[in-house]
Design a binder for this molecule. Sequence first.
Ligand code: GLV
Ligand code: MG
Length: 340
Amino acid sequence: MSAVRTPQKHFAPLAIGAPEPYRALPVRLERMIHFVPPHNEKIRSKIKDIAADVDVVLGNLEDAIPVGDKEAARRGFIQMALENDFGQTGLWTRINCLNSPWMLDDVTEIVREAGNKVDVIMLPKVEGPWDIHYLDQLLAQLEARHKVTRPILIHAILETAEGVKNVEAIAAASPRMHGMSLGPADLAASRGMKTTRVGGGHPDYTVLADADGDVAAARARYQQDLWHYTVGRMVDACLSYGLKPFYGPFGDFSDGPACEAQFRNSFIQGCLGAWTLHPSQIAIAKRVFSPDEKEVAFARRILEAMPDGTGAVMIDGKMQDDATWKQAKVIVDLARLVAT
Ligand code: GLV
Ligand code: MG
C-alpha cells in the first residue's frame, strides 16, 4: 500500500459554495503544540494528564535534547506513543534535522514501531521543497512497508533565511503538508540578527515618537514586533495552499504577558496556535487562540444583520459588507469549534 496522495483537508469551507480562498476554519483545534522531552521518565509517567489538558502533545527529539540523550528521547517517544491512548489529542514528534546523524533512525524507528499512532512529524530547518520531497518519499516507503493505514503529515519549521525565501514552494511541496511554524530562535541565528533569545521582541528594536520640533525632549520608544514580516509571509503561503500557520516558541517563561502579546499578534495575523514549552504557557495559548467573547458577540451581530452574507449595513457606526461578513464567519465558526 502506498501513501494516500490526495490533498489533506485542514480547513472546512466557510459556507456552502464559499470560494476556495475563504477556507479559514480549521477542522481540528491545535491551539497549543505542547513540547515534552520524551527521555524524561517523570514526564512520560504524567503524559496522560498532560495530554488531557492540551490539543497536541509533541515529543521533542531535536534542539534542547542533549546529544547523549538522542536515542533515549526517540525510544521514550515510541514507548509513550505505544503505551497511551491520546484520544482527541494530537500526537506529534519533532525529529532531528535532515543532515543530522539521528534523522534517519528517528523516522525509520518511529514509523516502524509507532507509525499508526503518530499524526504529524515536525521537520526542523526546512530550506526548500526538496527537504519536504525527501521526507515525503521516505514516509511513503516506510508506511507501505509497515502497513501504516493513515498518512503521517509533515509540519515544517520556518527557521532559516533560505526557508523564508522559499516559503511558498515549501507550502506547495506535498499533499502531506499540514502546516508551518515560525522558529524565531534559529531564524534569528540564520539571519545574523543581533539577539540572544527565543522569540518575542527586543528592547532596542523600537521607533521613537515624533519629536514635534523639540528634538531634545524625552521621546517615547515603541517596541516593534520583530516577527511581523515572517509571520505575514508564512500565513499567506499557508492559507493559499490550505495549510495551517503557527507561531513557534516563546522562551522567557517568566514573562507571561509578553508571551501572550506575541501569541496574540500571531493569532490576529492568522495563526491558529503556538508552541508551549512550559506548563504556564498552556492556559495562555488556550486563551489567545480561542476567540474573545466580545469579538464573537460582535461577529454574531454582523452575521445576523446580513443573513445571506451580501449587501452593506451599519453597526455601531461601522460599515459592514460581504468582506466583513466573511471575517465574522471565521470568528464565529472558530468559537463554535472551541465550544464543541
Ligand atoms: C525553534 O525551533 C526555534 O528555533 O525558534
Ligand atoms: Mg529551531
